[in-house]
Write a new protein. Structure first.
Length: 298
């Protein structure tokens, strides 16, 4: 296990068996984003992307929340100083850049990303969860857009991510009415991939992340690019990208290991350094290499 220095106790990070566990750590404020936590998260993401010992990133929250959105107590702090107020265009440019290097960077992250929700994800906190590839939650967690409730129109990509996950009409309803979605309801509409019991949530979420982090990292990164770029590019462009990635994969170590394991009737080991510590893999009655059981899916 490696502890990663973030420069603040409001953001914690450790790497265990190729999973970078990033913890938003302001439980007294439901892990609200603010002037210390948010810049630290922006700075951390490029570090984790470039580390060879990281196979996936799992973002979670301390205590009983994921993230409640922006810290309202810090809003308007500049208005109470003698600093000259920025112009409207300066404020727009500043927020655009801050969004780009947080949820924009998270969405384009070269490795799989997971949001693990022990509790509420609201406002910009929900945006961070939506920017991740996959989301899992405790069975007593909930998700809420929340922006309309404070007279705001949404930021950090919420209005871009949500329609792509649940469709435009449903996304409009979620923004216009801001219902509080239970974990079960979020699972039903595809916002969550798994729901785990609250009593075992953290260990279950980590197990979920282990299985991704110890898979074929380069292959998963190529798959992520194929899927995401396929949303906006033409079929011919997608076929060309698939061809490039397929040929690159064919000549890589991950494919060689997977083919050798298939011939030898064993599970492939993509990261031998972790085999010695026994990364746990859940199996179902389908046998070795079968998909893990999913009691949370409904």
């Amino acid at each position: 296990m490696a502890q990663i220095e973030t420069g603040t106790t409001e953001l914690l990070c450790e790497i265990t068996r190729r999973v970078a566990i990033v913890t938003l750590n302001k439980p007294e404020k439901k892990n609200a984003l603010g002037d210390i936590l948010t810049p630290a998260l922006r700075a951390l993401l490029p570090q984790l992307e470039n580390r060879s010992d990281v196979g996936c990133v799992m973002i979670t929250g301390a205590g009983n929340a994921f993230c409640s959105g922006g810290d309202v107590s810090e809003m308007g702090a500049r208005d109470r100083t003698d600093e000259p107020a920025p112009s409207l265009e300066e404020r727009i440019s500043d927020l655009t850049e801050k969004q780009r290097i947080l949820t924009g960077r998270l969405y384009e992250f070269a490795k799989p990303t997971i949001a693990a929700l022990p509790g509420a994800a609201a406002g910009a906190g929900l945006s961070i969860a939506l920017a991740c590839d996959l989301r899992v939650a405790a069975d007593d967690a909930f998700m809420i857009t929340a922006f309309r409730n404070v007279g705001l129109s949404g930021d950090y990509g919420a209005t871009w991510f949500l329609p792509r996950l649940v469709g435009l009409a449903r996304a409009k309803s979620l923004f216009y009415f801001s219902p509080r979605l239970t974990a079960g309801e979020a699972l039903e509409i595809g916002l969550l991939d798994r729901v785990f019991p609250a009593s075992t949530f953290r260990s279950d979420a980590l197990q979920y992340a282990f299985e991704i982090a110890n898979g074929p990292t380069l292959t998963l990164g190529r798959l992520k690019q194929n899927l995401q770029l396929g949303l906006t590019q033409s079929l011919n462009e997608s076929l060309a990208l698939e061809a490039r990635h397929m040929i690159e994969s064919t000549h890589g170590d991950e494919a060689r290991e997977a083919i050798a394991a298939f011939k030898q009737k064993r599970k492939p080991v993509f990261h031998p350094e972790n085999a010695a510590v026994g990364v746990p893999v859940r199996r179902d009655p389908g046998g070795a290499g079968a998909a893990p059981d999913n009691p949370g899916r409904r």
